[in-house]
Design a protein around this ligand. Structure first.
Ligand code: MLT
Length: 283
């Protein structure tokens, strides 16, 4: 489905009914990252999985006429993590969702934290997967700029090739060529405009530790034990930055790397299902 919002068109899936859960993909992904969880969980909850601005079926640019731009149109322009969060808040309002469990992986986690900071009334609970609280270091920003240059020079295939090893754990890379192929295909589909927009947004994002200290909703932190991009130490950093009111729980998924929800789909679905069940008990 496509939602024509103010200044942007957002592609999304909306399946099932019950507690709304907003699934936010990472970089350079699209909403298919969460296909396994949405198909398993939509028998119990409402799964809303959007493409972030510039990815999948979502447009990259803001129209000068104020009309939603045509999907896939335009070149990259300045985008921020806050802009992604505002797009998703707009989508929830458009779908008449009063509150959702906001679940993001990696860059999607940065967006989830920004949704909490900017639109806390929309957040029923948070799930932060394979992500981190800190801003980029100087070295990290330099690497973002190098990846922007690579994307502009050689396109998304080159970015996918540069990212695939870090994206997946060793177990998946050694034993699951099907998952490697699916992940790589998803990354190759990303547009250069989307890639450049996201790299700029991540490079310039603020540190989220002060945001985490304000979280008052139940929070689940998930990380693959083989995640090398945002390792278990980063998940522990999130846990210690979160307010005690978040009653945070950490789940380490064995045999998964950074894209844990694609690598160990049943295990991630299981921890999500348990968290969602506990929420409905306590609501
Ligand atoms: C992601 O998977 O979204 C990225 O690895 C996040 C990042 O590069 O900071």
């Amino acid at each position: 489905m496509i939602a024509a919002l103010s200044g942007v068109q957002i592609g999304f899936d909306d399946t099932g009914s019950g507690t709304p859960v907003l699934f936010i993909h990472g970089f350079p992904h699209d909403r298919s990252l969460w296909d396994d969880q949405c198909s398993a969980l939509s028998t119990h909850v409402r799964c809303i999985a959007p493409d972030l601005r510039g990815f999948g079926e979502s447009s990259a640019t803001v129209s000068e006429t104020g009309e939603p731009p045509v999907v896939g149109s335009g070149t990259s322009e300045s985008v921020s993590i806050d802009q992604y969060a505002d797009d998703l808040a707009q989508l929830l309002v458009h779908l008449d969702v009063k509150q959702a469990v906001v679940c993001g992986l990696s860059m999607g986690g940065y967006v989830a934290m920004a949704v909490w900071r900017r639109h806390p009334h929309l957040v029923r609970a948070l799930v932060l997967c394979d992500t981190k609280a800190g801003a980029d270091t100087d070295e990290g920003r330099k690497k973002r700029n190098e990846l922007i240059a690579l994307a502009e020079r050689e396109g998304s295939d080159a970015v996918a090739a540069a990212q695939i090893t870090g994206m997946l754990g060793k177990t998946t890379r050694d034993k699951r060529p099907d998952i490697v192929a699916r992940t790589e295909a998803m990354m190759r589909r990303a547009s250069v405009a989307g890639i450049v927009g996201a790299l700029t947004a991540m490079r310039d994002r603020p540190d989220a530790k002060s945001t985490l200290s304000t979280v008052t909703v139940p929070t689940l932190v998930v990380v693959g034990d083989e995640d090398v991009l945002t390792p278990v130490a980063e998940a522990l950093g999130i846990m210690s930055a979160l307010s005690p009111e978040a009653t945070a729980k950490l789940e380490v998924v064995q045999g998964a790397g950074h894209a844990s929800c694609m690598e160990r789909p049943a295990a991630v679905t299981h921890v999500l299902a348990d968290f969602l069940a506990a929420l409905s008990v306590h609501s």
